[in-house]
Design a protein. Structure first.
Length: 114
C-alpha cells in the first residue's frame, strides 16, 4: 500500500489505517498527536488489539472479520468526537480498516435537505 495521501498528512482529522489483522499501517499527524501518550508514531506496526480493553478488542476483531462500517460519537474530557471506522479495499480486495476521528462542537447543526 502506498503511504497516506499527502493531503491527509496534515488534515485536522485523526486518520489511522490498519491492515486486515489490526496492525497499524499508517497514522497522519493528527492521529500521532491524538495517541501521543500511548506512543504516537511508535504505534505504527503494533496491533490495535494491544491498545484496547477486552470489550473494545472483541468489537475490533468482529469489525475486521465482518468488514462492516462502524460509526458512533464519544465524549472524553469535554471533547466530543465522531468516530467513523470503515473497511478499505485495493482492486476489490479487502485490505483493512481506516478510522477517522473528528472533533465536533458540542452542538452540531443538523439540516434536512430535499
Amino acid at each position: 500500500m502506498d503511504s497516506i495521501l499527502s493531503w491527509a498528512k496534515e488534515l485536522n482529522i485523526a486518520i489511522t489505517v490498519c491492515d486486515s489483522e489490526g496492525n497499524i499501517l499508517e497514522m497522519n499527524d493528527k492521529s500521532v498527536l491524538t495517541f501521543e501518550k500511548y506512543g504516537g508514531n511508535s504505534l505504527i506496526g503494533k496491533n490495535l488489539a494491544d491498545c484496547h480493553p477486552d470489550v473494545a478488542r472483541e468489537k475490533l476483531f468482529a469489525l475486521l472479520k465482518s468488514q462492516k462500517t462502524n460509526c458512533y460519537t464519544i465524549e472524553k474530557n469535554g471533547v466530543k468526537k465522531l468516530i467513523y471506522q470503515t473497511p478499505f479495499f485495493e482492486n476489490g480486495e479487502y485490505k483493512g480498516f481506516v478510522e477517522f476521528s473528528i472533533v465536533l462542537p458540542q452542538e452540531v447543526p443538523h439540516f434536512i435537505r430535499k
